[in-house]
Design a protein around this ligand. Sequence first.
Ligand SMILES: [Zn+2]
Length: 416
Amino acid sequence: MALDPQRTVADLKELRELTGDENGAQRVAWTDTWERAREWLRTLVAETGAVESVDAAGNQWFTLAGGSTQAVLIGGHIDSVPNGGWLDGALNIVAGVEVLRRIAAQGQPAVTVRLVNWADEEGARFGRSLFGSSAAAGSMADQDELRQLVDRDGTRLPEALAAHGVDLDRALDARAELETAAAYLELHIEQGPVLESLGIPLGVVQGTFGVERHRVTWRGQAAHAGSTPMDKRRDALAGAAKLALEIREIARRTGGGAVCTSGGVVCKPGIVTSVVETAEQLLDQRDLDARRLATMLAETKASSERFAAEESIDVEWEKIWSIEPILFDETLLGFCEEAIVEVDGVAHRLPSGPLHDAAEVARAGVPTVMMFVQSLRGLSHTKLEDTREDHLELAVSALDLLASKTIGWVAEGGGR
Ligand SMILES: [Zn+2]
């Protein structure tokens, strides 16, 4: 059986019919619709002869045993956000099935090939993303917080997991799954506008951005809006406003795709007749290079001190969350680029702004690469999410070539 990329598009449409409605995909993890999608996947893969197993974190594995237990993994997530798109996560899974079909039809592969459907990548119901992959990677360290998480209907996360056969206390046992992993491949929609603006269907993902998130609190003095002269004010919002504009300049100076966002400012007392006493500003900064990210943060802090002095107010920084940049494997980046060039003639290297399961697997020390296919209008997490069908087909062909190259490499002793 030869690779049939058109079948992937047809399979994706079938999944959309089965698990979506007029508002989009409804495959939220730990729900009946999600379970129906997993059941559908089970049936789809059965014809390849790959053997199914579900690990301690609820990840669904399909294993095609090869000449060696060393395994090349192809991974994605069938869960979606509520009212989500038809391709986010599901594309990698369904394209992976097509690759398994092609490999199975050619007899036993040189090394083991495994398709993994990660559980709860989106974190849509409980607000914790990358659940299954972080358990398998061994980086899940927040069990105590996870135990406290409650969804909108008051159901606790451990109960929701138990309803799908997963015991939170045992989730980290999923680590055993990566023991034989030699390499990890993930195809994903870009979810951004870069490839479309370049007119290029496929891209090689260099890695995922490092992230620095901070709460910046500005403190001035509340004072009457009518009786306080302009030169006597200590306006906390003035500091936040200056910084919101300055970070554009800082990101531009940093270059290389660096981004800075002032995602929100909450002012107190927040009434029309008072100068702002405190302004709490949320800041998100991202870059692929750890040194550049650190410099960008340092420059932003220095600017905030300057603005505080100019406005006679105080400024205080508090870290909310951070993660280091995760760079993908050089050899696999090369294979990915070759595969794309072979199917389409031109490849572009770009970083990923969003985190993906691939970042968790890479952090666990498994050589990893991702491939992006163009997203129309850069939209995702909405029913408007879309990709041209001919581009989806190119993506399946390129993933298949990437898988072949990677299997050959691992068979010769490459990978982990
Ligand atoms: Zn995704």
